[in-house]
Design a protein around this ligand. Sequence first.
Ligand code: DGJ
Length: 728
Amino acid sequence: MAICFHEEKRIFQLDTKNSTYLIGLTPEGYLGHIYYGRKLHKEVNACLLRTAEAPFTPSVNKREKVSFMDSFPMEYPVGGIGDYRESCLNVRNELGQMGCELLYQSFEVYQGKKRLEGLPASFGSEGEVETLEITLADGILGLEAVLSYSVFEKEDIIARSVRVSNKGSESLQLEKVYSACLDMDNEDFEMISLCGSWARERHIQREPLHYGKQSVGSVRGESSHQEHPFIALVTPGTTGQQGEVYAMHFVYSGNFLAQAEINQFDSVRMVMGIHGEQFTWNLSSGESFQAPEVICTYSGEGLSKMSRCFHDFYRNHMIRSVYNHKKRPVLINNWEATYFAFDDEKLLEIAREAKNCGIEMLVMDDGWFGKRNFDDNSLGDWIVNEEKIKGGLKKLVDQVNEIGLEFGIWFEPEMISPDSELYRAHPDWALQIDRREVSMCRNQYVLDLSRPEVVDYVSEAVAEILRSANIRYVKWDMNRQLTDLGSVWLDREHHKELFHRYVLGVYELQERLVTEFPELLLENCSGGGARFDPGMLYYSPQIWCSDDTDAVERLSIQEGTALVYPLSSMGAHISDCPNHITGRITPFETRSHVALAGSFGYELDITKIPEAERQMISGQVAMYHAYNDLVREGDYYRIASYQENHRFDAWAVASKDKGEVLVTYVQVLAEPNKRSRKIRLQGFDEDALYRLEGTEQVYSGEMLLYGGFLVEPMKGDFVSRLYHFVRM
Ligand code: DGJ
């Protein structure tokens, strides 16, 4: 049993394989956070709540209730009655007054996990997950909050969410509903987050926590290129292999806040949820609001262990696609090959050459519909441009199939070009503020997905294309962030719901898509990797990582992404050089080794690349087939970080039984007069012997783990090696 209630002590105990989480109740019914950390095996108690010392609890010392509210380690803090730290729930009554007090009512424990209505969320069978629901209530407001904790024992994960219901008679306004909080004593924590920009997504950032608030967030309507809905607090000196890590990751694709705050008593409050800026939810009598899920994990063995817990969890309990545990077809995408300048003949030329090289799917990117030859028109007009695709889409798809390739297609369903038939017919379908010209971004506007009729139109337009031909893959793009948050069909009261309603519209669209086309391989994308989040993983097993396909830039992007996401989810392609974004020239081989750590595909004009490179492709495709099962399903170990050392990068993937380990090493900058480099490997069974593929060399696992492996001296910048070890 993962969950137990110690009735006499009034303590809830949640156990995973390696961690324990304790929640306690004061006599008044306040819910306090006692402990999260290394697994406890003996008696537990509630001492850490400090209720035996001043200011005591309100029933003992009513005089100092505010001091209690402002220092007690709250499990789910509310705003307005004395806790001045960041609150998770702010509720305004009909008179416009803000204040709420949640006290314990009841609990329920059950096997399995319920779905979260309208939202992506983790899932698991009765044997895999056990759920605790604690009901709290505010009797004055008639408000009920159900805190849900789903314990995934094997993966060391606790998935948390909150559902708030108005059981009273007055209308309430929720001004903030975060999904999770963790109150702890500070241990000189450092905060790790993932930050960047377009073409530089998810670089790892680490800073000591300081007094006050430190946060990352997005108010752009999507999880964003810039900041990521993930934070981890780590004890000083934490590395890949050692140290304590408390991590939260948000299953949501819109605005978010992830924050840690050190207060006057040197305690830390870590919170995560939908960003409070431009958010209000009106809750009439009888209505409920479901906040999205936060995935929490604790690792007592450093960051690599945290990564592996997230990876296993997402592969086992978040990704639903039939492709989750399957090889994805090796695809070639025409974006960097042609941009908008293509027609059916060009695509068929690429397809023929790709087939000769063993590539398995052609993906037709942006520019196939309406009159689109540039980014300034036709979004919303999902009708094939027969001037480019002569004879229509079905004809092209059939021809590509005859060549022996599967076919995939690009859409940007959430957008509308001002120059489109759709906009001319429905100018009010774009998000817009009354009398204000909409701010343009990449020449386009955003569709108002809070409106059911718009969702219906988009859903049907995409489905119609997919029904019309043998299309096996969709790249779902989103190339601008949200502005001009106005909707002509929402009244004044509901406008602050628009950001969240938009995200619910996106989820509704993707749910309809995967329901009608369950065999479809869906790849989410947002101007590169601006909507790479666990919410999107629920619909698509892979997400385009970044528009930056430069192999060196990808090292940092993929290292940051792999800190939390399984390698199988990272869209990664081999592109042409000089790289279109950085202008850098890297060896074709290195580009393939870096893309091998992701979904693996090509994005270049295969008819134009140098013959020597073209001839390497069939070998690379064979390499993908040889190692993809391992990369997709295995355990990931970070060995060295180019972002930290500025010279080389290395990672390993080991099969679950440690029977084989694939090590990738990239020498970014060559160094003169150096001997071989010793790196300590990870992922090996210390009692086993391994043969290095392609050699007669035998190594013991313990020697590789504790002694190290010598990487041969290599000449040249940006060169790489793969080392595949197989247990003897
Ligand atoms: C942004 C994507 O990230 C690219 O791969 C490409 O699909 C373009 N959009 C097309 O507009």
